[in-house]
Ligand binder design. Sequence first.
Ligand code: A3P
Length: 282
Amino acid sequence: MSGQPSLIHTFNGIPFTTRSSTELLKSLDTFQAREDDVVLVSFPKSGTHWLAEIIKHLYASNVTLTSPIEFGELSKLEEMKNLPSRRIIPTHLSYGMLPRDLKAKKCKAIYIVRNPKDTAVSLYHYYRDNPNLPTIEAWPTYFNMFLHGEVVCGSWFDHVLGWEEHKNEGTILILYYESMKKNLPKSIRKISNFLGISITEQEINEVSRMSSFSEMKNNVDKENNDPNHTVCALTSNRKLIFRKGAVGDWKNHFTAKQNRLFDDVYESKMESSALARRIKYE
Ligand code: A3P
């Protein structure tokens, strides 16, 4: 990473790309929330675009899907003021960095979590393909970076724990990537109940179909022509997003030794986490 310092900077101890300016990050707490804002939260590569797609269909596109709150320059906050409600706001921010007013106004947040081994692999490929991220060395070096929270957005463990701490406040819905893969209609029902959207079984099936991996991948060219379609602060190019969309790809990358090391770190860091116990590997 040291050869390309201009792509990454650190703020509050967390690595961000330079697509998130320091001035914007410093000013996030001045962001003015609205009671009906909905925040879509994730550690990178956990299924952010998938979740955004589902939400867009649930609201029949009658919402403003904004770019991530941490993406851009200071002027971003002013631009957000001019966007019509209801704003759907994606973000990779830690709970600690989420603008204060979103918490004060008790805005709903949906947190999507994916098993960290697949997340690590997906982010590895993102580092390799995404020009906004530094070039990384081979998998073993990257593996250690992920484990030590030295990748963009910092530690997966800290991110999850920070959000999980607030899960009983009634404003956060936690979704699991693997459960969505297993039974998407059930997850869509959960999301619509949480958001107070009434929906028929038939509509749920239609949203499921439109949010499938193949459908979303096929629509990339069409969606890429829309400059407002930036869901992840790390890229505006949807061609970089739809890789495999699978559960268990980590097995093609982790050595047995890396797997043991990962499990050890996971066990010690996530010891107190009920959420971690729900994550199953396939
Ligand atoms: P892979 O790299 O493992 O394929 P994010 O949107 O947070 O950047 O996450 C991207 C990951 O979610 C990618 O994982 C991508 O393929 C996967 N993904 C995107 N849309 C999906 C969908 N409809 N169903 C399943 N996985 C999807």
